[in-house]
Design a protein around this ligand. Structure first.
Ligand code: SAM
Length: 289
């Protein structure tokens, strides 16, 4: 089989002042795709598919992590990539052109919180990674997916345990445990706004009529001090979290966090050689029976 790899080309990492929230998110999503490429591939390989799917939908596709992983896994497939963000879709299209797979990708801008969804055809696999917890009415979104699928088709919901951790527990030296405290503040805030985050999607899928055929949690633990992307990924994630929790942590912690985020300073996270990526991804494979 002629199998052209559709991984995004290896990127050069540049550090600049954070742009708009969408730009920052896009950069984090791209780094996440790069750092966790093997884990994403192991999820697509695990899916309990009976035959190779041809018509795929990537819901809340972002900049295309799932889209490109699926195109890579299923060389005869087409993906309809759906997102609310026109900027993310534009970035995805640019990547598709660079990879020469633009004929296999259709982008659709849609707010999946709307009651009526755009026509997504009759997909044989729908993929939703880190997007379902954004839905204001997840039950309605799951029901819409159920209706769109042909009998026998599969819905893969991938969710994250939370933001990845990067620093050793005893870092930074003057404020050990800083990262956990920052995450606790972010988790508390997120629970108020996104109750679906970290939820068990199995029962919710069953409630709308799916048969959950498998659930798998992948522990991610990447130690690679030569991987420049990990530093950039850590920087992006911590910058984004700082934007929402600055007034929810102590001033000493905020000062220590800012030292990590100061890319010109000696305490910059980019200068550390002890970063790892620790997180978890869970996937539920749900069939429309
Ligand atoms: C955390 S990102 C995940 C992106 C991608 N699936 C991935 O795995 O990298 C969540 C995505 O969901 C999209 N999103 C959030 N709410 C949405 C909505 N109501 N309708 C459509 N897309 C939405 C965001 O624009 C963003 O691209």
């Amino acid at each position: 089989m002629n199998h052209a790899h559709t991984h995004a080309p290896h990127q050069t990492h540049t550090h600049h002042t954070p742009g708009t929230d969408t730009e920052v998110q896009a950069e984090i999503l791209d780094l996440d795709a790069e750092v966790l490429a093997e884990h994403t591939a192991s999820i697509t390989a695990w899916l309990p598919l009976k035959t190779a799917p041809h018509h795929l939908v990537d819901l809340g596709c972002g900049t295309g992590t799932g889209t490109f992983a699926l195109l890579d896994r299923f060389p005869d497939a087409h993906v309809t990539a759906v997102d609310a963000s026109i900027e993310h879709l534009q970035r995805l299209r640019t990547k598709a052109c660079a990879l020469g797979v633009q004929d296999r990708v259709r982008t659709v801008q849609a707010d999946l919180d709307e009651t009526a969804w755009p026509d997504l055809g009759t997909p044989d696999l729908v993929w939703a990674s880190a997007s379902m917890h954004h839905m204001a009415r997840p039950d309605r979104a799951l029901r819409n997916v159920h209706e769109a699928l042909a009998p026998g088709a599969l819905f893969a919901v991938v969710e994250l345990a939370g933001h990845p951790r990067f620093l050793p527990e005893n870092a930074p030296r003057d404020r050990p445990g800083l990262e956990e405290r920052v995450h606790s503040a972010a988790d508390r805030l997120q629970k108020e706004h996104m109750p679906g985050r970290g939820a068990d999607w199995g029962p919710m899928l069953t409630d709308v009529g799916f048969t959950v055929e498998g659930e798998r949690t992948i522990a991610v633990d990447i130690e690679d001090d030569r991987n420049e992307a990990i530093g950039c990924y850590a920087l992006g994630v911590l910058q984004r979290i700082r934007g929402v929790i600055a007034d929810r942590i102590s001033s000493e912690d905020l000062t220590a966090l800012d030292r990590l985020l100061d890319t010109n300073g000696p305490g910059s996270v980019l200068r550390r050689d002890d970063l790892t990526v620790r997180t978890e991804r869970t996937v539920w494979a749900a069939r429309r029976t």
